[in-house]
Write a protein that binds this ligand. Sequence first.
Ligand SMILES: *Cc1c(COP(=O)(O)O)cnc(C)c1O
Length: 496
Amino acid sequence: MDLLYKSTRNENETVTASQAILKGLADNGGLFVPSFIPKLEVSVEELSKMTYREVAYNVMKQYLTDFTEEELKNCINNAYDSKFDTEEIAPMVKAEGEYYLELFHGATIAFKDMALSILPHLMTTAAKKNNVKNDIVILTATSGDTGKAALAGFADVKGTKIVVFYPKGGVSPIQEKQMITQKGDNTFVVGIKGNFDQAQSGVKAIFGNKVLAEEMDNAGYQFSSANSINIGRLVPQIVYYVYAYAKLYANGEISQDEKINVVVPTGNFGNILAAYYAKNMGLPIDKLICASNDNKVLYDFFTTGTYDKNRQFVLTMSPSMDILISSNLERLIYRIAGENAAKNKDLMEKLVSEGKYDITEEMKQGLKDFYGNFGTEDETAEIIKNIYKETGYIIDTHTAVAAVVYDKYKKETKDTTKSVIASTASPFKFTRSVMTSIDEKYNDMEDFELVDELSRIGNVKVPRAIEEIRNAEPRHNTICEVDEMEKVVKDFLGIK
Ligand SMILES: *Cc1c(COP(=O)(O)O)cnc(C)c1O
């Protein structure tokens, strides 16, 4: 049976992998899920001798069933190359008995690079396969990290253009500098005089504008989305869990079939869902440990069975996890609802109308593989400091939330299963929070002084991504009002 993609909200919508990647979202707001989760076709023994690229091919080909071997290998080779600062792509570091899987060695030093460096290639290949003649225009609203990773991924990719809107004054100085210095003739970065929600709503309105879609088509363009619900972002994330397991085996850290736990700092639920898919492919993963910050919707969900977004939104030092609606959770809900689209749709509509939903006892049984907990701001700062003091290893704020939660898990359960912690950002991306967690004296230093100090005390080279922006000249200086966003896009594309 060939693997296809179906919608979590409509039993009758079925598409190929390449169509799912092009569409992003299913027709009635549903997400695309594979019609079944395939079993790993290669043994851990074989995987343990492979490079990252080879593992990627063997995992992804089972999901992207309408891509030819040549197409998929081209995508993989164009993505996981010298944009990463290590051959290993996703190296592992052992500190205090845990294994930190470093997912931040790509162009923007955060884990989003793992998927966003390949998505543009999957998308242009998918466009060719489906005889799409138009250029693909990616539109993104960003609160900081996604925008830069998408820009870096799509920069100079033939047949694509990318427009990123960010709230002027609403992102960190380093994040803004990363974006406005972005190279590539097909990139366009715009600050809006508004907040992130307004940027997001503006982008949604442009996506939904039928008149504009026709004008675009006449000019040889069509929109697509690079956000984390695209299956083209989920599938590449399964790879590094398989790779990590195979590496542990290759290095003699685990024996054959030995189970491991994975700990994931979670926001939109994409990263941990990929681990869940890896487990369901037969990878020996025991517990999926879901770490939240003070926005602990998921912790409450795993402990009570009620998902409730009606609460105060908290700004934390792990901003990429400051989320109250974890979009990718829908794919898990669909699965524990017995792949019943009507039942899932019902719950998702409740989330819109009431801001909350409850799952049944039966559905709760499907969550047994998960453990949820959260780390407070103080706990997060403290663990960064402690791990540094004890091992010399410096972790970022998001990874630190995961480390806090893993400590709580161990204390609660006495489980000694070896565990991999997904390390989702370089400490250099959140230098100020990281350094002031280690010592308050760093409060008085400038951003780039802190960068050099972090490099010195952690004994790690300043990543290229940071060196590049240190003296880079801004290339993008467009600022617009919220109601000018559509006009700005048209100007950029040369549409009258
Ligand atoms: C996006 C992000 C996360 C959250 O990942 P999800 O897939 O959204 O759960 C965690 N840490 C960092 C650094 C991120 O950029």
